[in-house]
Write a protein that binds this ligand. Structure first.
Ligand code: 8DG
Ligand code: CA
Ligand code: CA
Length: 511
């Protein structure tokens, strides 16, 4: 990591990089840094500017409209916004419209990596000033991707009830009904107020008649008899038990239920034939249904990162899925692997898997080969499945998470504990589900958007693209169906721009 000199404070107006810097070779034309002098001081700013230029970054006056990444040290997000305003930068029209406001940690990591690293939630400065509302007062946008949906919201009891109903409908094979409940739950999560009366929802979209009935019951009685009945029902409980086995979907669980099976032990009693995935799922049932915590996800990311760097220096590993949306825990770990030189990523995943396997990290894995003939094939983008297709090389795995917290040495720790015979709460190690995906650099922003979720957010983003913009969006790219062109993007922000949508931060996609 770059050694930074001790801070020196000298109040002076921010200045653009001098002529010496402009002579440096620009390697990242899409990124323009602006360093905030407040608290950083002029001499340190000059040093950091030279450092950035020597690494191929453009640096400009932070108040310039060209700046895409504003970096500051020791200031809060609000202080930076205030400082920019005072120094003449026009205010952003909406949250997300304007440069990313970043802590120095993003800068130092980027300098160390020799390229702009992926912006993670921890890099962003929090702006608490009231955001420009996305919707007119009293109006809620119809598509989830037009709304901001935080992780913590005001209507948890109602959304839990609706999500139970959505799950029950899915267990019955009624995807349409399930989606309706799920959409109603999503919209309630986005409301910046607590629902107290059903009348408040009359102008809110996506809350159908049945959802309204459930909500009304909840508001009047504090519970819904219908939801409680579902939760207590033998079928719902059994379906939940079975579908929580990795590799078991609604169809199989339903067949087992029809045959009279009710417990995990029944699977053995009835000598049910399980595939390898399901066998692993059953063997590690308890662990795989214990939430994965953020530190565990980060420890696994680090193990994968080490293996990746061993094979291909410069390649990156990005933690995505729910953790990228700011969730403190999740049901699995989703990792995207790419390399800034297009083509260098090819075969990487396969070799990473083989290293991880030899280090004793993999309890189970199954790789899915890239089956994509050619993205240039227009038929592919016009077909019905185009928006959900995902042809990346990927691996569904179960990781052996050793005593990483104690040893902080992935391989060594896991090997030491590799002889453990079982998982479970009392064991020193834990089985964790991990999805690994290899993506070409040019498709990375699309893959990142696609794998960040939530599923509801993604579904509506694709629906919006198709119905409102005549475009097909998936984890590989964005295709304009009428103009018959691909719309490339170097960041998630650019994809939102192509779609004419305000940028929604990952933490606001918890629909
Ligand atoms: P959790 O693990 O925290 O409980 O939730 P999550 O991270 O939101 O859910 P997830 O099931 O791990 O899925 C994360 C995102 O990845 C979600 O938006 C859906 C997406 N995703 C898959 N499989 C595939 C796939 O095959 N292709 C694409 N493009 N996305 C996928 O889960
Ligand atoms: Ca996940
Ligand atoms: Ca996943």
């Amino acid at each position: 990591m770059a050694q930074l000199p001790v801070k020196k404070r000298r109040p002076r107006r921010a200045e653009p990089a001098g002529p010496a810097h402009s002579e440096c070779l620009v390697r990242f034309p899409e990124v323009v840094l602006g360093l905030v002098e407040k608290r950083m001081g002029a001499s340190r700013k000059t040093f950091l500017t030279s450092l950035a230029c020597s690494r191929g970054f453009r640096v400009d006056d932070p108040c310039s409209a060209k700046v895409t990444h504003v970096v500051s040290e020791g200031n809060s997000g609000d202080e930076v916004v205030e400082w920019l305003k005072k120094n003449g930068r026009p205010p952003a029209k909406a949250v997300g419209d304007g440069p990313a406001l970043l802590d120095l940690s993003w800068f130092t990591e980027s300098m160390a990596a020799g390229r702009p690293v992926e912006i993670e939630p921890r890099h962003r400065l929090r702006v608490t000033a009231p955001a420009e509302p996305l919707e007119e007062k009293g109006q809620v946008a119809p598509y989830i991707c037009q709304r901001r949906t935080p992780l913590l919201h005001h209507n948890t009891a109602l959304t839990d009830a609706l999500e139970t109903m959505a799950e029950e409908a899915r267990f019955c094979g009624s995807d349409v009904r399930s989606l309706a409940f799920s959409r109603a739950a999503s919209v309630l999560k986005s409301l910046p107020w607590r629902v107290k009366r059903i009348q408040q929802l009359h102008t809110v979209p996506c809350v159908g008649e049945h959802s309204q009935r459930i909500i009304q019951e909840m508001l009047e009685d504090g519970m819904s008899a219908e939801v409680e009945q579902v939760r207590q029902s033998e079928r719902y409980r059994t379906m939940k038990l079975f579908t929580k086995i990795f590799g078991v979907g609604v169809k199989i669980a339903s067949q087992w239920y029809q045959r009279g099976l009710r417990t995990l032990a029944d699977l053995q009693l009835h000598q049910i034939k399980l595939n390898l995935e399901q066998q692993a799922g059953l063997l590690h049932y308890e662990d795989l249904n214990t939430p994965v915590e953020l530190w565990e996800a980060e420890a696994i990311s680090q193990v994968v990162r080490k293996a990746v760097e061993q094979i291909s220096p410069g390649a990156t590993v990005t933690l995505t899925g729910g953790f990228r949306r700011g969730k403190p825990c999740g049901h699995d770990v989703d990792l995207l692997i790419t390399h800034p030189s297009e083509g260098q990523e090819m075969g990487l995943l396969c070799r990473v898997i083989s290293i991880l396997d030899s280090q004793g990290f993999l309890l189970y894995h199954s790789t899915h080969r890239n089956s994509l003939p050619s993205l240039e094939d227009e038929e592919l983008w016009v077909s019905d499945h185009s928006s959900t297709m995902d042809h990346f090389e990927r691996c569904l795995s179960i990781f052996h998470l050793g005593d990483l917290a104690g040893s902080n040495q992935g391989g060594a720790g896991a090997q030491k504990l590799g002889a453990s015979t079982g998982s479970g709460a009392s064991s020193l190690w834990k089985a964790v589900r991990v999805d690994l995906v290899e993506t070409p650099y040019s498709q990375f922003p699309f893959a990142l958007l696609g794998w960040t979720g939530s599923r509801n957010f993604e579904r509506d983003l694709r629906r919006f693209s198709k119905h409102e913009k005549k475009m097909t969006l998936n984890s590989h790219g964005l295709y304009h169906l009428e103009q018959k062109i691909f719309l490339p993007a170097a960041s998630e922000e650019e994809i939102f721009q192509h779609l004419g949508l305000e940028y929604i931060l990952p933490e606001e996609r918890n629909a």
